[in-house]
Design a protein around this ligand. Sequence first.
Ligand code: NDP
Length: 319
Amino acid sequence: MRAIVVSAFGGSSVLDYTEAPDPVPGPGEVLVDVAAAGVNYIDVYHREGRYPMPLPLVPGSEGAGTVAQVGPGVADVVVGDAVGWVSVPGAYAEKVVIPADKAIPLPPGVRPEQAATVLLQGLTAHYLTTSTHPVRPGDTVLVHAAAGGMGLLLTQMAKLHGARVIGTVSTPEKEKMAREAGADEVIGYDDFATRVRGLVPDGVDAVYDGVGAATFDGSLASVRPRGLLAVYGAASGPVPPFDLQRLNQAGSVFLTRPSLGPYMATREELLGRASDVLGWLASGQLHVHVFARLPLAEAARAHDDLEGRKTMGKLLLIP
Ligand code: NDP
């Protein structure tokens, strides 16, 4: 099969489009013909070695396609099923093997390519807005990079739950996109905490911060006493070591650094969240802006655009 293979960690040039052995499903696994792979920031961290993975690595943490073969002992997934998956490496390829218990059955009306636009970021935005900080009507939340893949979904889900959303963005084009997704106020990054306090003098109920190092101090300064700061990513780099006393000074603020794994700890939880996300997509309550749909061979360009802050919404790779 053709695949993107990383043989040494590094910049986007290590994403090599080449021949790779066809994967074979073992016990409890299924082989999937990949219809589309979603591009996510975590793929950049994997490529760089920031989250070390064994090499050689076929990156790609999310995709969807059609089951082509099932391994021994698989009962509830059959050849021909349309499935999606998240947090299994190897989606940047024509074929991938995934554990059968990670296969997310796609509901009627959701094509594999559509599912690949929304699963990883959608499940993440789902847990952030329903579990990390269950958003309630009347809440005000701050969403950084509001026109990004995560940001557009967080904005829409926070609005679905009745919140007022303040978004940060870096360009007027992104501002327009964030407003179309439902953001009530959209601001730039310069001195954003002062702007937030101008809009909400007591501070916001929750901050969703996937930018990390560059925004952390302002995010902490934007939260109300006893509010929550969820630093769920590090697009600008990781947050340096932190003095806990600052949470006290900020008014007993809660700080968390969540990730998807513990929020889809059981198959029931995974399928419950996926059912909400894919259901909202099918009913039109959730929209995904597909920024680009690139051939798999152009994975390096996809990473350059994502890291270069050129994208809005979702990037897809098509094998
Ligand atoms: P995005 O589409 O949001 O792209 C990143 C955006 O971050 C950019 O478009 C840019 O928007 C903003 N940004 C601000 N500063 C920088 C910088 N220095 N370099 C690059 N980008 C910057 O990516 P994703 O939606 O894929 O991911 C967003 C974040 O969510 C990532 O940190 C990712 O790791 C995290 N994530 C975490 C998960 C979890 O469970 N913890 C799961 C999924 C994603 P602008 O120009 O408007 O500032």
